[in-house]
Design a protein around this ligand. Structure first.
Ligand SMILES: C[S@@+](CC[C@H](N)C(=O)[O-])C[C@H]1O[C@@H](n2cnc3c(N)ncnc32)[C@H](O)[C@@H]1O
Length: 478
């Protein structure tokens, strides 16, 4: 019997995945939205978070990526991959000049004057009622119209925006994500408070500029320069301290917007699984170390009301936390259920023998040497029954994981011939890792890296619960 070639196996994955997705939509009386449908809003109810659909979509995208890598001449792939800085820069410009909103709010029918650049006959332009000519886009965005055309054409060729007739551009379902529509009170959200806009703007600004120093930082290892970011912005402050410096108010605001938007999408069930919080009693204390304003603790108080909770962070963050709790759950503070405490996690941990020290999205921000310090302070404070729970991403290998913790990733075994890290998810996690490296000298870690790093600080890895974007690592004192 002839065995399936990798290419035909990939094609079969694509076909069966599309069938699964389309029938799920059809069962809900919907059809899968067209890419051109800029009015589509992703309000899909149960479909949006349906685990089967999320998984099927990841598999489909991974197969499509692998087909492209397989069939495209290598030099074309090399060209494409080695020039992606232009994508960040072009998208950043389009978003920063608010072109998607300009197109969306000026979508008058296009007429005769459109032919400024076009060699197309009149009738082609007249049918395109949703687009806007680059002359109008350029004048409203404050940029040269021919350059606007080139930027938008670059993006349209990558399926962001659509060139509906020569030099007339419309939003598609991707660029429509940047349209800042009016709120019910008639106001348009502030530029930097619009999450997709803030995300692109951060990548195209701090990240793109810092990335140009990455190779030099790795090769030359300049002394006392923490990260490529420090080279790009000529600062010795780490990213968080730099955000607080005068002149960086807008950047801080923008980053807070994207962080808040990301964290609001994390399913709370990732953090409230019983395995982490089993047998907690009234006499137990849970310390949320580097807990920011206490978003995680707020979930935990609701799900596990018995223990007392302490949220620790730097002084200025704790000041914000006081406002957060005064609004969210004032009784938790007045009753002593929750305490807010200023504490620097590079100093001696003041709360000894807590039942659980929990850290979420902390270790990824720091180098292994810095993590060693953080973990050692917690180990020194731990009692014999203390657990350390860490919510961090698992960096999957791009090959089979032969480690002894299984499953070691949130990704089920994908079908042949997909990469074990389902290249699309692997691409996202490796991007996050390189972003950490570039901005903070931080790192997303494999299970083995987490295990060894914690072991060196006196913690034994007991279990790993897979999850995206966070797995849960449970450690006990060695
Ligand atoms: C990525 S946020 C994670 C916040 C929180 N754990 C969560 O998941 O929502 C990192 C947090 O670490 C805090 N942080 C940074 N340096 C710190 C330090 N030296 N001591 C204590 N907290 C620190 C920051 O203020 C920030 O709140």
């Amino acid at each position: 019997m002839a065995t399936q070639t990798p290419l035909s196996a990939l094609a079969a994955i694509v076909v069966s995945s599309i069938q699964t997705i389309e029938s799920a939509y059809s069962n809900q009386g919907m059809s899968f939205p067209s890419l051109d449908d800029s009015s589509f809003r992703p309000d899909l109810g149960s479909l949006q978070y349906d685990p089967l659909l999320v998984h099927t979509t990841n598999i489909l995208v991974a197969a499509a990526m692998q087909i492209i890598a397989t069939v495209r001449p290598p030099m074309e792939t090399i060209h494409d991959m080695s020039s992606t800085m232009f994508t960040s820069a072009a998208l950043g410009l389009a978003v920063e000049t608010d072109i998607p909103t300009i197109i969306s709010t000026s979508g008058t029918p296009v007429g005769i004057p459109l032919f400024y650049y076009s060699h197309f006959p009149l009738k082609c332009a007249c049918v395109n009622a949703q687009g806007l000519h680059v002359r109008d886009i350029g004048s409203k965005a404050g940029i040269d119209e021919s350059k606007a055309a080139r930027i938008l054409r670059y993006l349209a060729s990558r399926h962001m925006f659509k060139e509906i007739t020569p030099n007339v551009f419309a939003n598609n379902r991707i660029s429509a994500a940047f349209v800042r529509t009016e709120e019910t009170d008639g106001t348009t959200p502030d530029f930097d408070e619009h999450a997709p806009t803030a995300l692109v703007s951060w990548f195209a600004d701090e990240c793109l500029k810092s990335s140009t120093h990455m190779a030099e930082h790795i090769r030359i290892k300049p002394k006392d320069v923490v990260a490529p970011f420090n080279m790009a912005f000529k600062t010795s402050s780490n990213l968080w301290d730099w955000f607080e410096e005068p002149g960086n108010e807008r950047r801080l605001h923008r980053f807070s917007t994207l962080y808040k938007a990301n964290s609001s999408q994390w399913p709370s069930s990732l953090f409230t699984r019983d395995i982490y919080w089993r047998d907690l009693t009234e006499s137990d204390v849970v310390v949320d170390v580097g807990g920011s304003v206490g978003g995680l603790t707020n979930l935990l108080v609701e799900a596990f009301p018995k223990p007392r909770y302490i949220v620790q962070d730097l002084q200025k963050v704790i000041a914000q936390a006081e406002k957060f709790w005064a609004t969210e759950r004032p009784a938790a503070i007045s009753s002593g259920k929750v305490t807010l405490q200023a504490h620097n996690f590079f100093e001696t941990q003041p709360v000894k023998h807590a039942r659980v020290y929990v850290i979420r999205s902390i270790l990824r921000d720091w180098s292994t040497a810095a993590c060693h310090e953080i973990l050692s302070h917690l180990r020194a404070a731990a009692g014999p029954t203390t657990k350390l729970v860490a919510f961090e991403a698992i960096m999957p290998y791009a090959c089979e994981d032969t480690g002894h913790f299984t499953p070691t990733s949130a990704i089920d075994s994908p079908p042949y011939p997909l990469l074990p890290n389902v290249s699309s998810l692997g691409a996202f996690l490796t991007m996050a890792d390189i972003a950490m490296l570039t901005m903070l000298d931080g790192q997303e870690r494999t299970v083995a890296e987490m295990e060894i790093m914690a072991q060196n600080a006196g913690w034994k890895l007991e279990t790993v619960e897979p999850g995206l974007p966070f797995a849960g690592f449970v450690f006990s004192p060695l």
